[in-house]
Design a binder for this molecule. Structure first.
Ligand code: KIV
Length: 273
């Protein structure tokens, strides 16, 4: 039976200590949040990937704070058990720590999220520290940073050289030191993710980072087969809802065009005789 007790931050640490894997998915709306919550997903991430899979942009860069608050509110309304985390979108935490605090506050206060996620270490560390100090839990995000896609030269695997891997490990330690409660590791070699996971007290959540992380996250539209564009090679498709929706919409259109939907009500049919 699925545990119905609300997932809280200390539960994630306990899971890491017990070697229990953490299941996380992205969610962008009320209905999907209810479905994933019923399925027992531990963490729902209102990811700024919504810019790509929901809004049709090429990158996550155009996503606004207002959009994130709007979607976070919808997801929060659908959840009884899962921990809801909202992404801080591009330029909402890089300009200054006071602005970061105000913006994160909106995701918590208006969006109903329990925590926020911030990409990178280095320049982001001050914001992470300030938010944690103010009582706002922060999840870090290292490896492929979609908000830095232009600087990285595309959506490609990171930390491939020993130097880059060491740099990433140092960033992970720095995030842990300023109080991040977990770190997403995106698109890095499995061996690097394994080393980072073994060296941290806080949980790591992998996406395209191999099997050794403390948990896994996928973009829900990718794993459900809803995404109509190419998906990363590490994605496993657990359903083919995109194709099912095309087939259903075709059947519906055919029925409408052939006059098979809606049915003629019985009283009208009788009266017409
Ligand atoms: O926005 C998002 O969906 C994410 C995941 C890839 C972790 O950040």
């Amino acid at each position: 039976m699925t545990d119905t007790k609300r997932v809280r931050l200390p539960d994630l640490d306990s899971k890491k200590r017990r070697g229990e894997k953490i299941a996380m998915l992205t969610a962008y709306d009320y209905t999907m949040a209810r479905i994933f919550d019923r399925a027992g997903i531990d963490i729902l991430l209102v990811g700024d990937s919504l810019g790509m899979v929901v809004l049709g942009y090429d990158t996550t860069l155009p996503v606004t704070l207002d959009a994130m608050v709007h979607h976070a509110r919808a997801v929060s309304r659908g959840v009884q058990r899962a921990l809801v985390i909202a992404d801080m979108p591009f330029l909402t935490y890089q300009v200054g720590v006071e602005e970061a605090l105000r913006n994160a506050g909106r995701l918590i206060q208006e969006g109903g999220a329990a925590a926020v996620k911030i990409e990178g270490a280095g320049a982001s560390l001050e914001a992470v520290a300030r938010l944690v100090e103010a009582g706002i839990p922060v999840m870090g995000h290292l490896g492929l940073l979609p908000q830095s896609v232009h600087q990285l030269g595309g959506f490609r695997q990171q930390a491939r050289t020993p130097q880059d891997a060491e740099h990433l490990l140092a960033d992970a330690h720095a995030l842990e030191a300023v109080g991040a409660f977990a770190i997403v590791l995106e698109s890095i070699p499995a061996a690097v993710a394994q080393k980072v996971t073994a060296n941290l007290h806080i949980p790591t959540i992998g996406i395209g980072a191999g099997p050794h992380c403390d948990g896994q996250v996928l973009v829900s539209y990718d794993m459900l087969g809803l995404s109509q564009d190419a998906v990363p090679s590490f994605v496993r498709r657990y359903a083919d809802f995109g194709e099912q929706a095309v087939a259903a919409a075709k059947l519906y259109a055919e029925d409408v065009r052939m006059g098979r939907f809606p049915r003629v009500p019985a009283d009208l049919a009788a009266g017409a005789k």
